[in-house]
Design a protein around this ligand. Structure first.
Ligand code: ATP
Ligand code: MG
Length: 447
């Protein structure tokens, strides 16, 4: 089989070869090329030792020299070149162990996680496929290289990787591999939150976020996202809904773009429903779920070691996902002034996906109402109407000129002015606001 390698990769391989070493493209890039996809990056594996790699290229960076990885800069781009290795990085599922190098490509391929990731290629030898990766690729099967229980015991993250590749590629997990995950899922506890997060993210921004259900079935979510397990089977006995909370959530995720924050917000928007559910003669209610959901989202995302910006933005979308202002400008200004600016316009996509993941009951009405909200929001923005203290025609300095002393009084006065301007935008003129502020200040018994 012939694959098309980028010029830079060919060059790196031929330089290594002409210095007496073996070198191949390996792993994800070979897999993706066979699938006809554009590989995200190209990794090269070689019999050359790190010092030897460094000696034959002009520009190299010691990326992970301990693990045998050197970045070679060529044609303005960096390529990771790694010496054939025997060990994985995380042999006891927790601590990185010293790796040992080997002269055998076969041994290097044998330490890789799945058959479809354990193929190497160069123009001289063609495809090196010792474990049946190509056949599994053709049949859409994800299978461990070697004994699955052993491989998951070496590195428990591989269980997460199995599900993320299944979601990205729409592959089935081979039964023995699947059974091993089910048996060993608890070992994921030994893996760092950061490593779990990266695989989890790839799954939820994939074409198949519904694999979250499989992730629960094998027990993995019980380790890092037990909140998801609670959403499964949480019925919603109301005309607005047609699915349980997890079924609704999956549909909402499928309904938004494959964007990290949007998918996370869709995943978490109803996370508090199982905890806020009450039932009376009219059915189920979930009052307060956005407020509790915001809190829970912050906790979950911090636990998974997301960065602060992501935590703030996603949890804000969860808090505001259910807001439905009256379809008039004043009501919309009022609501929007309370919402963080950076969740627009994504919050509208989330709201739309939420509606479309519900039952058809009143769907048209809900969509029209949402469209009105969005149109009004757009026109408020276009006309530059004031919705925040920063948009006011006066500022802190003006308040001090009136005689208000520095500190919380100034903020309180500006807030009061903002409330008035939100009700009546024509008030947003410097002189008008100065007059109002003066009167308010004096009215409070100040001179
Ligand atoms: P992606 O396209 O998402 O980067 P990838 O297959 O390149 O997918 P990487 O995480 O970049 O995945 O890893 C590169 C290669 O290293 C894999 O294809 C696999 O051969 C090997 N590998 C990565 N992580 C592990 C692991 N935990 N255990 C065993 N082999 C692994
Ligand atoms: Mg990769």
């Amino acid at each position: 089989m012939t694959l098309i390698l980028p010029e830079a990769v060919k060059k790196i391989i031929s330089i290594l070869e002409s210095n007496g070493h073996e070198a191949y493209a390996v792993g994800g890039c070979v897999r993706d090329s066979i699938l006809g996809k554009n590989p995200y990056d190209w990794d090269i594996t070689t019999s050359a030792l790190p010092e030897e790699i460094k000696s034959v290229f002009n520009r190299t960076i010691d990326t992970g020299i301990k693990h045998g990885t050197v970045t070679v800069r060529i044609f303005g781009e960096g390529y990771e070149v790694t010496t054939y290795r025997v060990d994985g990085d995380y042999l006891d599922g927790r601590h990185p162990k010293e790796v040992s190098f080997t002269a055998s490509l076969e041994e290097d391929l044998a330490r890789r996680d799945f058959t479809i990731n354990a193929m190497a290629y160069n123009d001289r030898s063609g495809l090196v496929d010792i474990f049946g990766g190509r056949e599994d690729l053709e049949n859409g099967i994800l299978r461990c290289v070697g004994d699955p229980e052993l491989r998951f015991t070496e590195d428990a993250l591989r269980m997460m990787r199995a599900l993320r590749f299944a979601a990205q590629l729409d592959f089935k997990i081979e039964p023995d591999t699947y059974a091993a995950i089910k048996k060993l899922h608890k070992r994921l506890e030994m893996v760092s939150a950061e490593r779990i997060r990266e695989e989890f993210l790839k799954l939820i921004v994939s074409d198949h976020p519904e694999l979250l259900d499989q992730m629960s079935e094998v027990g993995l979510t019980s380790v890092f996202l037990p909140e998801w397990d609670m959403m499964i089977g949480c019925e919603q006995n109301t005309p607005h809904h047609a699915y349980d909370v997890s079924g609704h959530t999956i549909r909402a995720m499928q309904g938004v773009d494959k964007d990290k924050d949007l998918r996370l917000a869709a995943l978490l928007h109803d996370v508090a429903k199982p905890l806020t559910k009450t039932t009376d003669e009219s059915g189920d209610h979930f009052s307060g779920h956005p407020v509790l959901g915001e809190k829970m989202s912050k906790k979950i995302l911090s636990r998974l070691k997301f960065d602060n910006a992501t935590i703030a933005r996603v949890s804000a979308m969860v808090l505001w996902h259910d807001v439905r202002p009256e379809p008039d400008k004043k009501s919309v200004r009022r609501v929007v002034s309370k919402m963080p600016a950076n969740i627009f316009p994504d919050i509208f996509s989330l709201k739309k996906a939420d509606i479309l993941a519900q039952s058809e009951y009143k769907r048209e009405e809900k969509l029209q109402r949402l469209e009105a909200f969005q149109d009004l929001y757009n026109s408020i923005k276009q006309e530059g109407e004031c919705i925040s203290i920063g948009d006011l025609a006066v500022g802190g300095k003006d308040m001090m000129d009136i005689g208000i002393s520095k500190g919380p009084m100034i903020g309180a006065m500006l807030k009061k002015l903002l409330d008035m301007v939100i009700d009546d935008p024509t008030l947003n003129e410097k002189e008008v606001l100065m007059d109002i502020a003066r009167k308010e200040y004096e009215g409070e018994g100040n001179q």
